[in-house]
Structure formats: structure tokens, C-alpha cells
Design a protein around this ligand. Sequence first.
Ligand code: ADP
Ligand code: ZN
Length: 724
Amino acid sequence: MIVGVLVEIMNKNVDRVFEYSVPSSLEDKIQVGVRVSIPFGKQTLEGFVLEVKKEKTTEKDLREILDVVDSDVVLTKELLELGKKIQEKTLSPLIGCYQVMLPKALKAKKGTEVSIRYETYYSLNPECSILLDYPKKQQELIDYIQERGVVSKKELGEFSPSSLKRLVEKKVLKEEKKERYRLSYQNEKIEKKELTEEQKKVVSTVIANPGETYLLYGVTGSGKTEVYMEIIDFYLKQGKSSIVLVPEISLTPQMIERFQKRFGDKIAAIHSGLSDGEKYDEYRRISRGEVSIVIGARSAVFAPLQNIGIIIVDEEHSDSYKQSDPSPRYDAREVALLRKEMHSCSVLFGSATPSLEAMARAQKKVFTLLELPHRVNGKDLPVVEIVDMNEAMKHSKGHFSKILVDSIQERLEKKEQIILLLNRRGYSSFVTCKNCGFTFKCPHCDISLTYHKSSNTLRCHYCGYGEKSYQKCPECKEEALSNLGVGTQKIEEELEKYFPTARVLRMDYDTTSQKGMHEAIISAFRRGEYDILLGTQMVAKGLDFPNVTLVGVINADTSLNIPDFRSSEKTFSLLDQVAGRSGRSEKEGKVILQTFNPDHYAIRLIKNHDYANFYKQEMAIRKALKYPPYYYLCDIRVRGKEDSLVYQEALKIKNSLEKNLLNMILLGPSTAGVFKMNNIYSYHIIVKYKQVGNLYSFLQKILEHYQANVKIRVDIDFNPSQML
Ligand code: ADP
Ligand code: ZN
């Protein structure tokens, strides 16, 4: 027997199938899709079996595989095929396309060991007929087990271990080891809600027309999640499974709980808060068909469910669905559409602010558009007040305009809750000298250092470099250093000063990095132990607190300044999301946006939650500037340690593209975004195109050309989520 093995090494040169022979003792265990351990050069590595055959294709003698790692298939037929399609679409090594689908425990990687937990169980041995007249202690044990059937070792903690051992030796008891999952889901199910007429219509359309792709455009609080659950329930009753993708940031315990309450232990939830062992357990439950619903972030799109009925992508506009680094630079939304072909299932994209790409496809009837224009509570969307900070600064307290201060005060008195967003997207709180203009930069990366108050250090958010903060400017020696950016800690201090009795809870990267903290913050706020929830983007997504009646945005426009053609779109959707946290139940909600750009359309149109006009204006701009959805983009990144060499090679690539591609627009090489990172210089070439033509085959040639070049690295990113 001969097997073709794809080896774990992530390198284009090795990214093909290598043939090995199989010793006859291992032949029974071989199947396509299992991992094997193999000699490779001087090392012992792991790889996936992609082919099983009788004849080798070379003259050379083959080496033998050393072992078969798995007893069950790790990559199903569908995943094997899916990986190949992703490779074609992203031009990344095939091995990476498979590894990204799997939890760490199942990746081909020598030396990763994530174990299965076992629990020992005892029962009466049916072959033993004499159950009486044992010593007292042993007899008690026998009686206990006889009453209960199968009992875990844990439960027998009170009995003497030696009696247990004796009875097993005497074959009175049977000892069995069974796998035990680390997580458990309760099976308490709650009554579902009676859907509104609007919700019912959406549900009935989707279930009546399987195999379609839908875009559900539903305002915040319109009950999209309830709609998802109803559709999933329908498929569950048909014996079909479902995947729900949500951005990692909104995959909160609150969200998981909602699904769990409805579907009990039929769900598996995969998120970054799980340990490798927990992820492994969840994955096994999925591949064994023990669950029918998988809810998770980007990579959950690969969940090895059989017989999928629907794949739902919530907050479809989120850029977290695109993996930008490392390769494969895949887009989970595209993968959902690939799996749709394989399962003939439906795909539903949902959002309160659909991406322009999705809405444009809906307009062209590629996707079926469904709408939920009203909130479930029958109330209007919250009133939005835009505060021009150019004016309001004169009477402000710190970063708070008078009107925001008054509104906060009013809610505090009424014992209602408040969410405050500090928009820090693309924003760094860098330190400069007010005297000479000196800024602190990372010595390895072309990026400003960020001030961290708690440790009094300056840190690089790219490479982790850190140094102690200074008193005086190292250039001009003046004590004129200012901390330009506003951090959540600074705002928290101001809140303490202006609202000394308010109970403030901060949710940002620092306060949620520990396991379980995110969860703890959300439930404490929900229980009403705090008045104000202050945070970054995290407070904008998916949270549902009935007592929140005021949302304040400290600085609505910082995200407008990032050099990315999507900055208006991202700002609009962030603001609309966070605004949607207000007034979600009985009480009216209000939103206050503080901005220095009150006339910018992305801000102005939020006032009336006017997505339709935003879409129109933004589409006109995209058309004029030849950006998506009118054109596709491809970002070619050329990197290396020697600046001039990298530039020369980038220029060569650009010139050869110019000669070989028809009807495409080429930009660069440019040093957009972070030019130097970890002492690596990078240049970008951007290709804009309407029809792919020979782009893929030509880029493939370029990649092959640079494969063996150790000084230059070329990476390709199709439809990049960020243009930095
Ligand atoms: P979205 O996902 O569109 O923001 P949700 O599904 O979170 O909206 O619904 C908003 C709130 O309304 C939630 O608290 C939800 O439980 C509630 N809700 C949704 N549908 C109904 C319904 N038909 N009847 C009563 N309450 C509902
Ligand atoms: Zn750095």
C-alpha cells in the first residue's frame, strides 16, 4: 500500500503530496483524511493522508510511514475538497487551508498534545452471578451499584478504593473508561417567543425556498436573532444541522446562553475563550454528530457537520470574517457560499448595516433581500442627537459636552443605565512633545508607541516592544510631553470626577484579557450592579440590556481618519450598532454622538438611521474612485529586510503585471500603512479589476518565481479587509 501525504510544513516548496509506503501492520488503520507520522529529511513530522493507492509514481524507493495517528478521519471528504477550493481562491499553501479548519489538537503538528479526558465507570459484571455474602464494605458497594446501574468513580468517592479494586479483580464489577467532555450544556429549555408578523414572514420565506442566499437587513433590535433561532429549529426538526457565525467580539456569553436556552445540548459553541482541550471536545461532539447547531466565530464555518440546512452569518458586514494574516487569507462569507454548493443548503447574511458588497448583490438579485424595518418592541429607533464638539468644547467638562453630562445625570437619577463608547478604531494614544513635536516610535516598527497608564510604559501594539515612560522629552529636554490619545482609563477618571456616585464598569482589551472577565462584566452590568458601562468597540456589538436608555459616543469620528476606503462605512456601522444598544425594551432610548465632523455624511445620516441614503452616497463614491463593490481588489505584499532590494523587486513585479494583465488598474508599489514591522520592510501593489482574466495564473507564476528567494517574500491578499 502506498499513501500520498501532505506534510505539516508551511512552505510552498513542500506543499505537495509525498509518497510513502505503508508497513502491512498499519494498513488496516489507513484511510484518506487521517494523520500519519512520517520521516521527513532527518525529522519526524506529521501529515494528512490525501491518497491511498497501490502503485508509486516514482522510480525511487519510498520511505515507510511510522505510525497512524488517528483512528477516525480528521478531514472528511467534504473538507478535503473545500480545502482545495480555498487554495485556488487564495493562492495559499494547501496544508494551511487544512490546518485552519481544525482545532489545535487535530492539526498535523508533531508535538502538540491535547488529551482526551476520561472518566471511569463501574457496573455489575453480567457474567458474575453471585452477588451476596461479601465482606461488609464490599457488599455495601455492590448494593449501591446494583441500585443505580452505571456509576462514575467520582460518585463512589465515599467508598473505600481498595474494596472497589478487589471487586474488579474478582470480576464482580466491570470497570470501563469513557470519554468525558470538559464542557457541559444544560438541557433546560425555555418557551420560545411568539414571533411578530414581520418576523414570521421572513422565517416562512426562508424555509419555503431552500438553497437560496438571503440578505436579512433588519434594524437593531428587530429580532434577527429570534428569526435565526426559528429557522434553525425548523431545520432541526427536519434532521438538518445549522451553523451560526458571529464576530468574535459579539460571541458573548449572553448570545450563547440565548441559543442554549432554546436548544440545550444540541449546540456547540466555539470561541476564543475556550482552552485547547475544550475546543477539541466541542469539535469531537460536532464530528460525531452529537450536536446539530454550531455557533462560533470565523473558523466555525469549517465545522464538520453533516447534512447542513442553513449557514447564518450574523453581522455580515464585520471585517472579522476575513482572515488577513496568516495565510490562508480566506473570507468565511465566501467559504459559506462554497459549502452551500456542496450541501445544497441556504445561506443567510444578516445585518443592521449590510456591507456595500452584500447590499449591491441583493440589489442585483444575486441575494434575496429580506427586511425587518421595525423594532420588536414597537418603539422607534432611539433618537440621535449630534453634538458639534468644535462648539461644545468651550463648555465641556473634560471630554464630556454639557448635554452629555446632563443626560448622564438624568439617567443616573432615574436609575437607568448608560453605555459609553470610546471609538478607538485606528486610533493610537501616542505621546508627543508639545515643545518640539517629538513622537515616540517603536525602534522595530514604523509605528507610534502607545502610553499605558497602569504600568507607566510606552508600548508597541505590533511587536510588543516596551519601554518605561519618560518625564522629559528626550529631544529637547522640556517637560512638555502630552498623552494625545484618550484611553478608556482617562475617561474613567473623568467619570469618577464628574459623577462621583456613579458606579462605572470599564470593558476594553485590558479588562477582558483574562479568561471569564468578559462574561463577568456583562453579567454584573446586566444585574444592575453598575450604572455606566464604558468601553471600546466591544460595547457596540450584540449586547441586549433592557435598562439601557442612553448611549453616548465620546468621539464619533476617530474612525473616519483611518486611511482606508472603508472608513466611512466602518464608522457608520459602528455608530449604528452602538446606537442600537439604547432603548431595547419598554423605555425610550436616546443616543448622543460627540463629533468634530458633524457634517460628514457618515455622521449626519446616523441621525435618522438612514442606511438607504448612506448606501447611495457611499456607492457613488466607490464608483467614482473605482473601489469595491464596483471593482475587486487584490493586495500584493512584497517584504524583506533590505529596503532598497524590496522596492526594486516590487517595481519589477508591478512592471511585469503591467505587461501581462489586461484591463486592470495597478497602484504602487507604495509604503501604505505600516511600512516597517519587526525590522521587515513592506511594499504594496494594488490590483483593481472587474474581471479576473489571467490574474490568478499570473500571480501563481510570480509566487513560484519567489518561492526559493530567501530575501524576498511575496504574499497575496484577495479582497483585503483593510487597506493599510
Ligand atoms: P437583533 O438581533 O435584531 O438586534 P434580537 O433578536 O436581539 O434583535 O431582539 C431584540 C430583543 O427583542 C431581545 O431581547 C429579544 O429577546 C426580543 N425579541 C425578539 N423577538 C421577539 C418577539 N417576537 N417577541 C418578544 N420579544 C422579542
Ligand atoms: Zn514594534
